[in-house]
Write a protein that binds this ligand. Sequence first.
Ligand SMILES: Cc1cc2nc3c(=O)[nH]c(=O)nc-3n(C[C@H](O)[C@H](O)[C@H](O)COP(=O)(O)OP(=O)(O)OC[C@H]3O[C@@H](n4cnc5c(N)ncnc54)[C@H](O)[C@@H]3O)c2cc1C
Length: 479
Amino acid sequence: MGITVSLHSELREALGEKYVLVEPEDVIVYERDGSIIQVMPEVVALPADTAQVAAVVRAAKRANVPIVPRGSGTGLAGGAVPAEGGVVVSLARMNRILEVDPRNRTALLEAGVINLDVTKAAASHGLFYAPDPSSQAACSIGGNVANNSGGPHTLAYGVTTNHVLGVEVVLDDGQVVWLGGAVPDTPGYDLCGVFVGSEGTVGIVTKALVRLMRTREAVQTLLAVFDRMDAATQSVVEITGRGIIPAALEMMDKVTIEAVEMGSSLGYPKGAEAVLLVEVEGVREHCDRAVALVREICEQTGARQVKVAQDAAERQRLWKGRKEAFGSMGRLAPHYYVQDGVVPRSRLPEIMREVAAISTRFGLRIANVFHAGDGNLHPNILFDMRTPGELDRVIEASDAILRACVAAGGSITGEHGVGLEKRNSITLLFSQQDLDAMAKVRKAFDPDGRFNPAKVFPTPITCAEMRLVPAKIPAGLWI
Ligand SMILES: Cc1cc2nc3c(=O)[nH]c(=O)nc-3n(C[C@H](O)[C@H](O)[C@H](O)COP(=O)(O)OP(=O)(O)OC[C@H]3O[C@@H](n4cnc5c(N)ncnc54)[C@H](O)[C@@H]3O)c2cc1C
């Protein structure tokens, strides 16, 4: 399949010349997401509204080429990478917050709205949007829906699927339909649920109606400092085991603290093996009690220090360090590869020991920063792609981590999705029968397999072949 002259001109006619990109120096910006996989797009379409998205989908169907939906490109599994060519449809221009409805506590959003902007728009009504990926200053609502994204505060509030009431979608023939809606629990199949977590394989989400939550009366943030990783992971098990569900329960290890604090001092203790960032929210009395209990548990399990942020500024500094932790990895190594496995949280102590053993076995430095309360690991493997053979070792180490997660009763992804990167690892979890059943659901929406092909489902080629698709860099182009 390739992009034809007639498809180009159809797209230009529908969107205007400026919003159809084909020149290498324009499309190269869309060659990758946050993963290590890259493929140069053939054409990128930037529609302004749902009608234009539908026009692009119809044109792609007539030309028989793939359609790859794209939000902000912060995905970490190659989901927005155009593995089989076709039209990349960027939703970035569709970034209007159409309504904030305080009485029904909902917001109607275009798919390209940036996650953090929803909370900013709702704040004056005493409301906020709960799913808060650490990339929330950049990622889009459409991407969040497609990946069913989580974040630090989803321990208490749930992931995206718990906050999406309905979606407007463009189907494979260009039809525009609403699935779900303002009234919860509509009869019939949960078709909105099919789109949440579908990773762009069943259609394009153009709008979402999301729930808003009331801002809590009080919030307190604690930092517990540990000299042993085992003690930190055991604290997580004890805190949740004692019935306390903090709003957030995040962990950063020594290597991550080093990276974060190399930038500017945000209050993380250098030299500690691990820290827990614990946030409790609710009515004031509940918060005070929860803080006292968390402190007691952390001290009992061996925390060397537990401190409570004294004001909003200190709290924000601590969160800044956590939210910018991935970005800080660049201070330690030219490249990092972030993994996303999940285990039942009671298995955290053993899985972290296993990650440490894998780091030693493969001779690779690993920085851990993750949603500990959800048992959702993010080992960042630090490396230098220019060192011959190093990427292969990184891939093998990462595969070993995923296998260890599955062996511990967990899964190959906690929140980043399967995408291109893990489409072959999915067989660690699902049988051929399971996958066939899923493929039938997909086919019901996308009979020609045009939406985001090569994603989620395994292919006959090996992982090693799929892992890194080098971009064809046009001569004379600087990157
Ligand atoms: C620093 C950093 C921190 C992160 N932290 C978290 C975290 O805490 N929790 C978490 O869950 N994730 C996290 N992520 C991963 C990523 O931000 C999320 O997966 C996010 O939801 C992707 O949104 P996006 O708009 O960038 O989507 P993209 O990367 O553009 O696309 C992601 C997938 O969604 C599909 N898609 C995008 N838009 C649409 C649409 N409108 N309709 C249909 N399909 C669509 C794409 O085809 C692709 O398969 C992090 C990433 C980074 C770089």
